[in-house]
Design a protein around this ligand. Structure first.
Ligand code: IMP
Length: 195
């Protein structure tokens, strides 16, 4: 029987990626699947704090084991920005495009293009919190390339690659990405915990 895992998200991009990463091992449910429409608070200034807040909120409301992720893009030349504020970097209600444009403008005169995506997953299993992290280093391009993925994918090239995350087929992004790495650790933990 396929086990189910509740992912405390309504971000369909993340949901699709995580389902692809875990394959047939788990059926990943989103908040929509359990008819949860609350706006989940995300007010911490760390990835770990936000992941804990999202998973904790859903666990308290539903009593269900669940996990949440929080991700940020940390750019050297911008002193680590947008970091934990990656989602609304260009302001409340902004689009992925707005965020990328703001980053590219701020980096207009920067030769240092180094950046990393970092992802923290918080799993709540039987009321206990467990954390898993994934990181991928790379560089920020001067213009967007590609049509896949989401967020800052069109301007991020992982080290050792020639394509942006947006130019890669999803399996390639998931095989390299911050989220892929964090979710593999989660899977390894679950395979030990629940067999
Ligand atoms: P969240 O707070 O974890 O939902 O994510 C913050 C923001 O980071 C998202 O709104 C995206 O703009 C960006 N982001 C998260 N994951 C990725 C990714 O895998 N690729 C590109 N951008 C991402």
């Amino acid at each position: 029987m396929t086990e189910t895992l509740l992912f405390a998200t309504n971000n369909l991009h993340k949901l699709r990626e995580v389902q692809e990463i875990v394959g047939d091992l788990f059926k990943v449910l989103s908040l929509k699947d359990i008819s949860m429409t609350d706006d989940i608070p995300e007010t911490s200034d760390t990835l770990e704090g936000n992941a804990r807040q999202k998973a904790g909120y859903i666990f308290e409301k539903t009593g269900m084991d669940c996990f949440a992720d929080d991700t940020g893009l940390f750019i050297d030349a911008l002193d680590g920005r947008p970091g934990v504020y990656s989602a609304r970097y260009a302001g409340e209600g902004c689009s992925f495009e707005d965020n990328i444009n703001k980053v590219l403008l701020e980096m207009k005169h920067s030769e240092n293009r180094k950046a990393s995506f970092r992802c923290v997953v918080c799993l709540i299993l039987g009321g206990q919190e467990h954390f898993f992290e994934g990181r991928i280093d790379g560089t920020i391009l001067k213009e967007k390339r590609g049509a896949e993925g989401f967020g800052y994918d069109p301007v991020f090239i992982p080290n050792g690659q020639s394509q942006t995350f947006s130019e890669m087929p999803p399996y390639l992004k998931n095989g390299l990405s911050h989220r892929g790495r964090a979710i593999w650790k989660l899977m390894k933990f679950l395979s030990i915990e629940i067999g």
